[in-house]
Every structure is written in C-alpha cells, then in structure tokens.
Design a protein around this ligand. Structure first.
Ligand code: GLN
Length: 445
C-alpha cells in the first residue's frame, strides 16, 4: 500500500486517474493488517486497489464524476466493494470516469480529464478512465470498473491492461450507481489474466440484495488457467472486421489469430447479422433506463441542492446545473423514447432487436467456444478528437455493445502495439463461462 501511494504521488499529477485518494486510511488499514496476518490470508490480503467512483463506499465520496454528487458520501459499501474488503484488499481511492458512466474517453468527467499513461496527449478510454489509467500507470494492482456498453473493455484496450465484463448477474450490482440497469456489470481491470481471475473470484457470486443476481455458483477461475487452448473452437464474426476497423488494429488482431492457431485453436468465420443494429438499439435502451434511473437525483435525497423559491424550480435548477451536457442529452433521448405514443416504436422495438442480437450469439455458441474480435476499432485517440460529434464517439463501442445487450461475458486482452499504442483483443464467451475466456486469454498472454 505504501508503494502504491508513493507511485500515485509520483505519477498522478500527470495521469490524473484519481478523484479521491484515501491514503491515510489505507495505510492505517495496512498497518493493522501487518500486525495481524492470519494464517489463512488469501492472495488479495493487503493488496492495493482502486474503485471507480460510481461504486458506493462508506464514508468516502462517491461522485460519479458529476457536479450533482460532488458532496455525496454513501452510507454503505456496495457488495463488490465489501467482498474485496472481506478478501483483505485495501482500496487506496476512487477513480475518475465519464459522468455517470456516459462516454468512451473520460472526457465527460465534470472535474478533469484523465490521461493515457502511454501518451499523455491521448485519452485512456472510458468510461472507466481512471481505473484503467491507474492500473496501466502501476499505481495499483487492480481496479474495479463498470461496463454498460464497453466501459471496462475499451479503456483496457486503450491502456494495454486486461479488462473483464462478467456475465450479467455474476457480480452483484448492489451499491453500483445505476446507469442502465439491464446492461451494467462491475468487473476487474488488471495487468495480468491471473490477477483478473483472482479479483473476479473475490467479487462474483449470488447476492440477495440485487434482484438480478444469478444463483449460478462460482467456479475456481485460477484453476482454469492451464495454458491449454488445444482444440478451442474460435469464431471470427465477419461483421467485426469490416471497413470501420483501423488497418493497424486489424494487423495486430490477425497476428493474434496466428498465435492462437499455433497453440492449437481452430477457427471458423461466422455471421452475427443483427450486430449492425447494436449501437442504435443500445442508445435507445441505455438512454431509456438512464432517464428513469437518474430521476432520483432531484436535489432532495442525494448530493448538491440548488436553492430556489419553490420545489419545481429547485428540481430544475439542481438538475440543470448539476448534470453535464452528455448526461442531459441522454436523459432527453431516453425520456423521448419512453414517452407515450413512442414507446412501441422505439423502446419495445429495441427490446425485440436485442433478443435477435442475443440469438445470433446463441447460434454461434452452439458450435464455438469463444468469439474473437477487436475490442475497439481504433487505438487511443487524442483529446477533443471526438467530442464535437457524439455519434463518432458512440461508434467506438461498436464491438463491445452487442455483448452487453446479450448479457454475456467478454474480456479485453493486450495484443501488441500499433504505432506505439496498445491494441486490445476481445474474447466473447457463453453466459457464465468466464473460465474459458480466462483460459484462452491466459494461454495467449
Ligand atoms: N461508451 C458507452 C456509453 O457512453 C458505454 C459506457 C459504459 O459502458 N458505461 O454509453
């Protein structure tokens, strides 16, 4: 923990991964643990980690990088946070993010921009910008992020780290500030696959406080890291290798395919024909759910209140001043999509397309063990490159979004450099088959 804090002190003035560092508290916890090492101390005992700032932490600010929650301190720890603590891990602080998880670059933080440790002129990806940057900068051994449409995997790809979005329902969402409840999942960002398996082990499992938590049992993930992918059946979806893919990214992915082939994996080309509707579907479902989830930030119960003469003006001014532009855009889009008369044409239709997207994956997984694709169409881009046009920003998640809509797990693994910047390889798996993803990624690593 001391080394982690020293590293943060040395590098965070440039990287700016953290919104809040609880150094004294973390050191005190570590000292107490040092004096009292139990004989059954696990692998996470006294290990320093970081938490995305949309994870509720008792007594420590949870701002979601929003002005509206600038002063908010949760009264409880979320389940994933509590489980990590129970496993002995020590959180050294809360990481920067796109406000409420809405973004792909970290630039939508209300407070400041986190920089990519590989090139300080470039974004670290988002929305789990600080979590990814912190791991990449060697400030912590692991970080938790959340992934609604790619927010763990895309920043992992941009920073050369490992990022896993678990199956929907594997990790409890209790204590995660909701963005789009049917898509959100908490997951680990780490430097290695083994670390990822260890952190996943600690946070996975049934939780009665999350009504969508799955009662599925948690296998021994580290035991899956055999190094063996002989006979692994890998599907290559042709829609994920189309013209939108930057050729320098494609080259690295093609080399990765050759490595897997040399390790004994077999390949086949498949089609996921409805994936082309995924971004449009996502931006209806995610904004609809966000408009409903964010209704709770009314100046009465949480965070900052802007005083006004009457209740309605208080609501309006609090939300008007508290939310950033992207959050407002999403609330308006979602409210429109859900409004009476438009519901059937927009939201209901999006739900139907979502089912078609899931069925595409079901068909592929009847014959294959994993799907392989790039994580993102490009490497880390420069600050400001996509901020003027939200649609080009949205398209950076084209390969990650279908996975959230289908509820299945996927991991981004570092796969070489292109022009000196990390490229991420995405492996997508069957529901609750994180073991196969980790095994394949580990063999490749
Ligand atoms: N970039 C996507 C969005 O802006 C996904 C974000 C996320 O996964 N939280 O919604």
């Amino acid at each position: 923990v001391g080394a982690s804090l020293a590293r943060i002190q040395a590098t965070d003035p440039q990287v700016k991964a953290f919104l809040h560092v609880n150094g004294e508290q973390a050191l005190a916890a570590a000292k107490t643990m040092d004096d009292n090492i139990p004989s059954d101390a696990g692998l996470l005992f006294a290990m320093p980690g970081a938490l995305k700032d949309n994870l509720n932490t008792k007594g420590i600010p949870t701002t979601c990088a929003s002005k509206l929650l600038q002063n908010y301190i949760s009264a409880y720890d979320g389940t994933a946070v509590a489980k990590l603590q129970a496993a002995g891990a020590i959180s050294v602080g809360k990481t920067n993010m796109d406000e409420f998880g809405m973004g792909s670059s970290g630039e939508n933080s209300a407070f400041f921009q986190t920089r990519n440790p590989w090139d300080l002129e470039r974004v670290p990806g988002g929305s789990s910008a600080g979590s990814a940057a912190s791991v990449a900068a060697g400030q912590v051994l692991f970080a938790l992020g959340s992934d609604t449409g790619g927010s763990i995997r895309q920043p992992a790809a941009f920073t050369g780290t490992v990022g896993l979005k678990p199956t929907y329902g594997l990790v409890s969402r209790f204590g995660l500030v909701a963005f789009a409840s049917s898509l959100d999942q908490i997951g680990p960002l780490t430097r290695t696959i083994e670390d990822n398996a260890i952190v996943l082990q600690a946070i996975a499992g049934y939780d009665r406080q999350d009504s969508t938590s799955a009662n599925a049992g948690v296998p021994d993930y580290a035991a899956a890291l055999t190094g063996d992918v002989n006979g692994l059946r890998v599907a290559l979806p042709k829609e994920y290798f189309d013209t939108g893919l930057d050729p320098i990214v494609r080259e690295q992915i093609e080399q990765a395919i050759q490595t897997f082939e040399a390790l004994g994996a077999t390949f086949g080309e498949v089609s996921l024909p409805h994936s082309k509707y995924a971004v449009a579907t996502y931006y209806l479902i995610a904004t609809a759910e966000a408009s409903s989830n964010l209704a709770r930030f009314d100046g009465v119960r949480y965070g900052v209140r802007v005083e006004a003469d009457n209740l309605l003006d208080m609501y309006k001014q609090t939300r008007g001043e508290g939310f950033g532009a992207e959050v407002k855009r999403r609330i308006m889009l979602g409210t429109y999509a859900l409004s009476s008369g438009y519901y059937d044409a927009n939201y209901l239709r999006a739900q139907k397309v979502r089912t078609l997207i899931k069925q595409d994956f079901d068909r592929v997984f009847a014959e294959y063990d994993v799907v392989l694709s790039p994580t993102a169409p490009t490497t880390a881009f420069q600050f400001g490159a996509k901020t003027s046009d939200p649609l080009t920003m949205y398209l950076n998640d084209i390969y990650t979004i279908p996975v959230n809509l289908a509820g299945i797990p996927a991991i981004s693994v570092p796969c070489g450099l292109a022009n000196g910047l990390p490229v991420g390889l995405q492996l997508i798996g069957k529901a609750f088959d994180e073991s196969t993803l980790l095994r394949a990624a580990h063999a490749f690593e």
